[in-house]
Design a protein around this ligand. Sequence first.
Ligand code: AMP
Length: 626
Amino acid sequence: MGSYREFHRRSIAERDSFWAEEAKLVYWHKPFGKVLDYSQPPFAKWFVGGETNLCYNALDRHLAARGKQKALVWISTEVDQTRSFTYEELFSEVNRTAAMMQSLGVGRGDRVIIYMPMIPEAAFAMLACARIGAIHSVVFGGFAAASLAARIDDARPALMITADGGSRMGKVVTYKSLVDEALKLAKHPPKKVLLFKRGLDPAMRIVEGRDVDWNSLEKNFSGKSVPCAWLESSEPSYILYTSGTTGHPKGVQRDVGGYAVALASSMRRIFCGEAGESMFTTSDIGWVVGHSYIIYAPLIAGMTTIMYEGVPIRPDAGIWWKIVQDYKVAVMFSAPTAVRVLKKHDPAFLKKYDLSSLKHLFLAGEPLDEPTHVWITEALGRPVIDHYWQTETGWPLLSAHPGVEKTPLKMGSPSFPVYGYDVRLLHEVTGKPVADGEKAVVTITPPLPPGCMTTVWGDDARFVKTYFNDFKGQLVYSTFDWGIRDKDGYYFILGRTDDVINVAGHRLGTREIEEAVSMHPDIAECAVVGVADELKGQMPLAFAVSKSNSFEKKKLEREIMETVDRQLGAIARPKAVHFVTLLPKTRSGKTLRRSIQALAEGRDPGDLTTIEDPNALEQIKQALHP
Ligand code: AMP
């Protein structure tokens, strides 16, 4: 591990010279004067005074050498279409979109909410925002109107961009009608909505004076070029909302320069993606993985990025491997849940196609269990690299680094701390570093490296309070994940320390779901816990107290599920709702979620000395095993 260790050591001990070197991977319009300003801990400003632009690095910079190379390939197995764009073509689409946005009044620093399915126009919109210095906030299409409205009110966008609909498993998912609903709920709606029509929702309504048709508007701006806004390195590039322990999602704010450097560097040191090669990331642009490794990083590296609308098993479970063969994919990035889905299908699909172009498959977003890691490694015959990160970090924080040194992989482990991250495992009570083999909280000693969140949008105090407040007397960033390091230095992630659950790689706060369940008028109170699920990793399970004594369980359960769908979206729908007359609580009124979760997973409920009424736990047991 000589060279990895040395690389990591230098990134911390010789931070300035290390990152000044990595920063050469990015084009700087104006060179930075200082690598890091850490005069106001924990706020880190990287590459101070430097001016750059994410869109310039992703597109303009490649025009001379690879203008005719494919930059973006969009494949939809939902609507049976493929569209490809060379760097030149993507450049002109993005310029036109930027001009359209400017004509609608969007300028530097303005927010733009993008609520779109996986179509090329979503990529144009993100890159166009980056070009003119507008701050995009992409909201995942699975979120419901109320969740979208909360994000609108926090970001206060000048413009929203949407499409009539998307498609999932051959069924139309309407987007525009949901935007209409959200804009009715929002207190600070934007004046304009730019609408891309795919012809998927003929019943869609148009709001005169507010909705602007993309296709009509773009005619006015063909061939238009829009200069890049040169942004100081620490200016915001985007906001991405994520769930936490409170009911209100946090706007993770990212910078420009640090993010560009982290992405360019990670493509080389971790993902081993080279200019001219293809990268296929199966995530959605609504998630951080989509921002970093569908859009920005592969383009900054001069690669061809593949954007996929569809599921892994349609038309059959060989579709992703066919894409790897057809586009000679060198780097692939997916999630453990998708692999677990594929595992249920005929393994012959993995042998049917020529996968010789594939250097590595990277998996992240949720714990990768050892059997799944072994299965996919054997089935592919290629190294499968588990790596661990969060929306907050923007790029991996634990990973193998094949671009630095090919260290052996251990099944079920995301290997080692990524360079730039001073990762420490701290005892949850004492806050002291633990010995190898002892379970503790995964923390980062600040400053956070380039690419990580710089603050919570509009709320610096919340940034400090949320992330740097877990250990008394110590300013350390808590990941809120349990981890353990073995004697060889390999890390293993053991789940969250807080009330956040991970459903098929999507992060949800149990508080958020509880609030949604409680929106049902017949519910007095409830507790939601995450329980282990074979396919999705975890699923929410709800225990609810009804206001009335007589009700039809199945009917009320269905209504609660519909309420959650409406408030948060189907991704948050509980697996089941169990009814009890009281919830297990401590004498101080705190719901004993860990005990409920333990019972639901068939484990010991743990220390119950603080419980107010033991009968409550009996009811949970009864509900689970009637
Ligand atoms: P998100 O911000 O939605 O990407 O969720 C981040 C959370 O997902 C982390 O805090 C972990 O709990 C979990 N996670 C991400 N990657 C991994 C991984 N490779 N192994 C275990 N857990 C992971």
